[in-house]
Each structure stands twice: as C-alpha cells, then as structure tokens.
Ligand binder design. Structure first.
Ligand SMILES: Nc1ncnc2c1ncn2[C@@H]1O[C@H](COP(=O)(O)OP(=O)(O)OP(=O)(O)O)[C@@H](O)[C@H]1O
Ligand SMILES: [Mg+2]
Length: 395
C-alpha cells in the first residue's frame, strides 16, 4: 500500500541470501538429507517443520558448521561458507538445552564469546547491556543461571547468541523444554525480536501450530526431503501431497475408488457407498516434473476434507446425494470457538468435523447426523501412504 515500502519489497539480490545448493548428508549407511536446495531470504523468519528424524537438526548443523555436508554448497551473501569453522561464520545457534555456564553470572555468560574474540572490554559491556535490554532481562545481569526460571534462561541463551550480531540466527526447537504457556510467551517474544532486528531466523520445530504462528515461510520436510515450501496459509490450503495434507492441520482422509471422470468432475465411491465429487481431475502429488496427474476410473485414492469444511445437521431423510453422508455422533469436544465432533460413517469411517460454536447446542453422542461438504473442499491424493516423493519447493 505505501510507497515507502518499496525498498523492503524489492527482491533481494542473490548476494543477500543464505543459499543451500545440492546439499546432501550421509551418515554411514543412512542418508539424513537427500540432495536439497533451499534459499532463505534476508531477514525472513523461516521454519523447518517435520517429524522426528526427518533431518532438521542435521540441516541446521551444516549451516552452523558443526557438520560438513557430504556434497553441495552453502552460500551466505554469495560466498561458500562450507570451509569455514563455526566461529568464523556470521551464524549463531540457540539450542534446545540452554547450555549456560553454571559458575558464571548472566553477564559473563553473555560476554563469553566476545571475550574469546578479544573484543575490547568497554564494547563488551555495552553490547551485553544492549542484548539484556533486548530480551528484557536488564535486572538479571548479576544472577547465576540456577537463579533463573526456564523461560528466563532461554532468553539469556537468545541474548548470548544475539550479542555476536549474527546475520543468521539458527534456533533448534528452543522452546520444547518450556511448558505450554511459557512457550506461547516465548513465541511472541521471538517474533518481537525478529521484527526489531535485521537478522534472518531459521527456526526448527516439529510443532505445526508453532510453525504456523511464527513463520514467514515454512519448509515441510520428511525423510531428508523437502516436501513443500510456502507461507502457512498456502501450505494449509494447497498441500502438494498426502504427507503435507496430513501433517499441517487436522485432516479427514477417506479411501475411495474413482467411478467416473465426466466433464472434468471426478466421482468417487467409498466402501460404505458415500459418493464424493471433486471439481478437478488432478491427483496429487503431481509428477516429479510438476505435471498434473489425471485421475482415471478404477484409481484407488485418498480424498481429503478438512474438518472445518464439514457441515453437520440432524439427519432427516436418508441421503444419497453426492458430497454428503449419514453418520452418528460418537463424541464432541468444546474447543472454545468451535465444537469438534467425532462422527462415524458406515462401519468405521471416523470423520472429524469442526463447526462454529456460537449460538448452537452441541449434538449429543448417538445423534444421527447428516454430514455434507462443498465439492471444492475435496482434495484427492494417491492411495499409497508413501506418496511423499521429492517435490521442488512451490514458493
Ligand atoms: N551423528 C550422526 N550419526 C549418524 N546418524 C545421525 C547422526 N545425526 C543424525 N543422524 C540421523 O540422521 C537422521 C536425521 O536426524 P536429525 O537429528 O537431523 O533429525 P531431526 O529432524 O532433527 O529430528 P528430531 O525432531 O527428533 O530432533 C536421523 O535418522 C538420525 O538418526
Ligand atoms: Mg532435531
């Protein structure tokens, strides 16, 4: 909207970026990272999101220099940093455990790296004061780590990384040791810091809510391979494959067989005769070359419908209409603004539905209901659970 933002929105030159090119990491027999390309924009908040063992920490450690890639280049501002030892890289890491020195007070903990680097004393004092103010811990300089709470220690760990004024701050699940409330506070705190600083943040988490709440872009990883890159909204609304569709947000997967593909509409039938109609014949994932794969009669697929796209009404007459199903409420939970129903359709299709709570009385367990959804709520994925083949980033 504003004209003054022009310089901020100008795409950065390649020189500003952290670029990971063809990076691979093999440990013995085990490939932790398949050949991977990733560009991180200057100043962005990028999250690496994926299940345990997918290679998030390994990728971070290669950027930090604690691990050497088996192959590939890592460029910062256009220069390959792979040959530089960790302390020579303008990169700092905040780990899950804070690793503060117990016998030093807070100020000395933060100053440690600067002292090693022989930064003049007055400058050290000044920079320590600055970062303590940045993390709002000015009054704690003289305390020892054991005299701080977990959240306070984590702030000091952040301060200790930021005092080096890194171009890139790497954060490896820095909040996972904190309880939920403190974690949410620290999320806000991190966002505040990120907004104030010019620093690029690469944040590792296996918590999708955390990634959605914090990130400019999310990199979804599985098994050492990037599955999708994009903004949270984009990935949520437009998952490239079944893994991403199931990993980000709640999802209903319904196994079905394609019965017709007339006029560009895919018609599918489930084992208990629910008929689904999707407004497109495109199957996901697309081919490796990005070409859409067309559905064909007889294909076994997994249709995906988000819980919030489900409508729930008391059943009246039996329905045979497409994109609707008769079911029974098994349970419901009140989640504040929405009511979440677990509904069983046929013998064993369990469907989650989330409906706005305002002004409605929950339907009790045992209530016969009619579920329905719009055709454009239906995404169609390959039937194999392993449909998580390599995908180039979509962003
Ligand atoms: N030093 C190592 N030697 C051998 N294998 C390793 C080493 N470090 C990691 N791995 C393997 O590489 C794979 C990726 O591990 P990594 O720690 O990067 O996963 P992660 O995504 O960070 O998982 P988590 O969410 O559990 O922290 C795993 O299969 C792991 O066992
Ligand atoms: Mg890890």
């Amino acid at each position: 909207m504003t004209t003054t933002a022009a310089t901020e929105t100008t795409p950065s030159t390649g020189l500003d970026h952290l670029e990971i090119r063809g990076v691979k990491k093999v440990f013995g027999e085990n490939t932790a990272i398949e050949r991977l390309d990733l560009t991180v924009h200057k100043g962005e908040f990028l999250s690496l999101l994926g299940p345990s063992g997918c290679g998030k920490t390994t990728l971070l450690r290669m950027i930090a220099g604690f691990e050497a890639p088996t192959d590939g280049e890592i460029l910062l501002a256009g220069k390959d940093i792979v040959s530089l030892p960790p302390h020579r890289r303008p990169v700092n890491t905040v780990f899950q455990s804070y690793l503060l020195f117990p016998h030093m007070n807070i100020a000395d903990n933060i100053a440690y790296g600067l002292k090693q680097a022989k930064v003049p004393k007055p400058e050290i004092a000044q920079r320590v004061r600055e970062v303590l103010a940045l993390v709002q811990m000015e009054d704690f300089a003289g305390r020892r780590p054991e005299q701080l709470s977990g959240g306070q220690q984590q702030r000091i760990a952040l301060a200790r990384a930021l005092v080096n004024r890194p171009q890139v701050l790497l954060l490896d699940e820095p909040m996972s040791a904190l309880d939920r409330k403190l974690r949410e506070e620290m999320q806000l705190e991190l966002k505040r810091l990120h907004t104030k600083l010019d620093t690029t943040f690469v944040f590792v988490t296996h918590d999708q809510d955390e990634a959605l709440a914090m990130s400019d872009r999310i990199v979804v990883m599985y098994d050492g391979v990037i599955q999708q890159i994009g903004g949270g909204e984009d990935i949520y609304a437009n998952p490239h494959n079944g893994f991403v569709a199931g990993f980000i947000g709640k999802q209903n997967f319904i196994t079905a067989e394609v019965t017709s593909t007339d006029s560009g509409i895919a018609r599918m039938r489930t084992a208990n005769s629910t008929v689904l109609e999707a407004p497109s014949l495109d199957l996901r994932p697309a081919t490796a070359a990005g070409q859409p794969r067309q559905l064909q009669v007889g294909d076994r697929v997994r249709a995906a419908i988000r819980p919030e796209r489900m409508r729930v009404a008391r059943a009246t007459a039996d329905t045979t209409a497409a994109n609707s199903a008769r079911g029974t409420v098994m349970s419901y939970s009140f989640l504040g603004d929405v009511i979440q129903y677990m509904i069983v359709v046929g013998d064993n299709d369990e469907i989650l539905a989330r409906v706005p709570a305002a002004g409605t009385q929950p339907l009790a367990a045992g209530t016969e209901v009619e579920l329905s959804w719009e055709a454009d709520a239906v995404d169609v994925f390959g039937s194999e659970t392993g449909d998580v083949g390599p995908r180039e980033g979509g962003a």
